[in-house]
Structure formats: structure tokens, C-alpha cells
Design a protein around this ligand. Structure first.
Ligand SMILES: [Fe+2]
Length: 400
């Protein structure tokens, strides 16, 4: 009797612990007050930024919370790429309010800031004490979040990314207790994004789907999320860039970003993020802009190691996806198809396509590569990277 082969990957172990309830749908933000009350909130702090405050979304949140009888303190001072200073200010506000519950409504910055505050508020010290994994010092406050961008997928993750206020080094502070109790995914909240934000956050989410699919930590659970995320994002991104009010496309992008975030939680990221972080720290380049430049080059670099995995993603591209194929090269590899697709989305978004356009100096590529080589995320890249290969990747992207 013969044994039928079903694939050795089916025996690869994983440990999947879903921690966040997901409530999805247009208008679902109106459930915020009831959800907070159901989870025991009596005095909460709501974290957001001044841009979101101006959209009117927060008014709807406050009305819902008021109707549920929950006392709310507003902290609307979250900055992009939140720093240790932002966390300190948030902790102070939460202490004064004697908060027993936290809410974040905004992009990844507001969500990460609230998570960072939660670490320090419940465990003392400073956010630096929580840099790393599993450093929470006891139970943390319940946290409900509602993303207003379709980007980081922070609502699906147990990590807070907080920059050191002085060095600008990004600290990843992760603990399962920092996970959100509930993520409210309401596509209506994302319609207000300016086009440049839709583009940068959407390209970031796309990179999360592609990178998480191939990391050394990938497993069948994370890859299910990655593939679903990639399919949704590759369908939705070209549409939301041209039709910002297209609610089904906004919903697909929001869900895609969320599933990509769930993939990261289970598989981490790769070299694209290792390369992008020093560009943001050194030149203040928007994360999704740096990602859009570096991702195609990393895909090409990784292809020898993960060609079959890239083929799975390339097969999921919408049939009408078109790219500027090089003349006479109909037989593009899967990695090349993916890289060309990303380049096309970056061009459609109107984002820069090389580092030179952003004022990066050739003389500093060596120093940037040194910084990239010590990024934790690079250790999960499927093809090993070091300072030399990372510098070569920067050079490929310099005037591409
Ligand atoms: Fe990212």
C-alpha cells in the first residue's frame, strides 16, 4: 500500500492565539459606546490626533460613548510616529482621569500610542522598559480601537511601535496583554483619508501582505492571512486611489490591511522594513513612501529563495492588473510580476520611485545600511541580509 503525499508543509507546527474581537461593517463605529460599556468601561481615555478630530469622526464616537453613560477624556495630541514623549503625556492624562479603559481612534500612530500608554500606566517606569517581547508587568487595561487608515494593521497586533524621542530609534514593545480587546473596522472612517495618506498606508499594507507571506517565521495560519490580505489589497488599492468614496473598495482595503496585520502578528516582517526604518529615522521619509521605493528591490532580491511563494501571490493578482512589461519579456518570473505590480501602484499613487528624488545622499548609503543591518525585522527575511547586501539594495533603489 502506498502513502499519498499531501505536502510536508502540512506538518509544520504553529501556535495561533486569536486575542482580538473584530467587528466589521459600515457604521459599526456607532457600537463603540455599547462595546466599551459591555467590557466594563466607566472612565476612559480616547486617543486620537488633531487631523482625525477635524473630520467629525470623534464627535460620533463621543456621542456613542455618552449615550452609553461612559465618562470620556479626550487626548487628541498624538503625533505621527509617536514618541516616548507622546506616551509620557498620554500616561499623565490617563492617570489624572483615573482611567480604567482605553480607546484609540486613528491611524497606527494613535493605536500604538494607546498601547504604549497602557504598558507604562499599568506597569510603571518608561516605555523603554517594555522594548522587546513579553515585558508587561501585570494585567493591562482593556483597549478598543477603530483604525481610520487601511495601513499598519496595528489593531491586529500585540506590538506598539514607539520612537525614542531623542534618537528616533523605533522600539517594538510587544506583549500579548497589549492586544486590543476589540477592533472596530468601519470603512466609513477611512473615506476621509487624503489621497496621499490612502496611498502611503495602502502601499504599506500591501508590503505587509507580501513580506509576511515569505518570512522565516511564516506558517500556514499567517500565510492564509497574507494571501487573503494580498487579494483584497491588490483589488482595492487601484480603486481607492481613483475613487476615494468607493465604500466597498474602502472596506476591502481596510479588511486587507487588518488581515495583513494579523499575518505579521504570526510571522513578522522582512528586509523592506529593515531598509525603510533608517530612511524614516534619518530623513523623516513617510513610512509607506520608503516602503514603496524599497519593496520591489527586496522582492527581486528574495526571489531565488521564495519563488514558489511569490507565484502564489502573483496568481492572486486581479486579471486586469497591467504593468509596463519590458519589451519581449512575456515570461516574467513571479517575483518580477509582483515587483512590477508594486511599481505600478507606486506610480499610480504619485509617490517617488527612487531615493534620489527624496534627497537621500549617496554618501550616506553606507551609514544607512549599517543602521538597517541591526533592525530586528531584517532577521526574518527569507534570504539572509547583511550590511553589504542592504547597501546594495539601497544602491539599486537610489536612482531606479
Ligand atoms: Fe509597515
Amino acid at each position: 500500500m502506498t502513502t499519498r503525499a499531501l505536502g510536508s508543509e502540512l506538518l509544520e507546527p504553529f501556535d495561533y492565539n486569536p486575542l482580538t474581537r473584530v467587528v466589521y461593517g459600515p457604521g459599526s463605529i456607532l457600537q463603540l459606546g455599547k462595546l466599551a460599556r459591555d467590557y466594563g468601561a466607566s472612565r476612559l481615555v480616547l486617543f486620537t490626533d488633531s487631523g482625525i478630530l477635524a473630520t467629525g469622526h470623534i464627535d460620533r464616537c463621543l456621542q456613542s460613548l455618552q449615550a452609553a453613560g461612559v465618562a470620556t477624556t479626550l487626548f487628541s495630541g498624538v503625533q505621527p510616529n509617536p514618541s516616548s514623549d507622546d506616551v509620557e503625556q498620554g500616561v499623565q492624562v490617563a492617570r489624572e482621569a483615573q482611567a480604567d479603559f482605553l480607546i484609540a481612534v486613528g491611524g497606527g500612530s494613535s493605536i500604538d500610542c494607546a498601547k504604549g500608554v497602557n504598558f507604562v500606566l499599568t506597569g510603571g517606569g518608561t516605555i523603554h522598559d517594555y522594548w522587546g517581547v513579553g515585558k508587561a508587568r501585570g494585567p493591562m487595561l482593556p483597549l478598543i480601537v477603530a483604525p481610520t487608515t487601511a495601513g499598519t494593521g496595528s489593531e491586529a497586533q500585540s506590538y506598539a511601535l514607539i520612537s525614542d524621542a531623542k534618537t528616533h530609534v523605533k522600539m517594538a514593545c510587544g506583549d500579548q496583554r497589549a492586544s486590543c480587546k476589540v477592533a472596530i473596522l468601519d470603512p466609513e472612517l477611512t473615506v476621509s483619508m487624503p489621497r496621499s495618506v490612502t496611498a502611503a498606508t495602502g502601499i504599506d499594507a500591501l508590503s505587509h501582505a507580501i513580506e509576511s507571506h515569505v518570512t522565516t517565521r511564516r506558517n500556514s495560519v499567517s500565510q492564509s492571512f497574507s494571501r487573503r490580505a494580498f487579494r483584497l489589497l491588490s483589488q482595492a488599492l487601484p480603486v481607492v486611489l481613483d475613487e476615494p468614496a468607493n465604500l466597498p473598495a474602502r472596506g476591502a482595503a481596510l479588511l486587507g490591511a487588518h488581515w495583513a496585520g494579523a499575518a505579521i502578528e504570526n510571522s513578522m516582517l522582512g528586509a523592506t522594513h529593515a531598509l525603510a526604518n533608517p530612511l524614516t529615522a534619518t530623513y523623516g521619509i513617510t513610512h509607506g513612501v520608503a516602503i514603496g521605493i524599497m519593496l520591489p528591490h527586496v522582492i527581486r532580491y528574495n526571489e531565488p529563495a521564495v519563488a514558489s511563494l511569490y507565484a502564489e501571490l502573483a496568481a492572486a493578482l486581479p486579471s486586469d492588473a497591467k504593468f509596463n512589461r519590458a519589451q519581449g519579456s512575456e515570461d516574467l518570473t513571479a517575483g518580477e510580476v509582483l515587483a512590477c505590480y508594486v511599481e505600478q501602484v507606486v506610480r499610480q499613487a504619485g509617490q517617488p520611485t527612487n531615493l534620489l528624488e527624496l534627497g537621500v545622499e549617496a554618501s550616506r548609503l553606507h551609514e544607512l545600511a549599517q543602521a538597517a543591518s541591526v533592525q530586528w525585522t531584517g532577521t526574518f527575511n527569507p534570504r539572509p541580509v547583511d550590511a553589504t547586501s542592504l547597501e546594495e539594495l539601497y544602491r539599486c533603489a537610489f536612482s531606479a
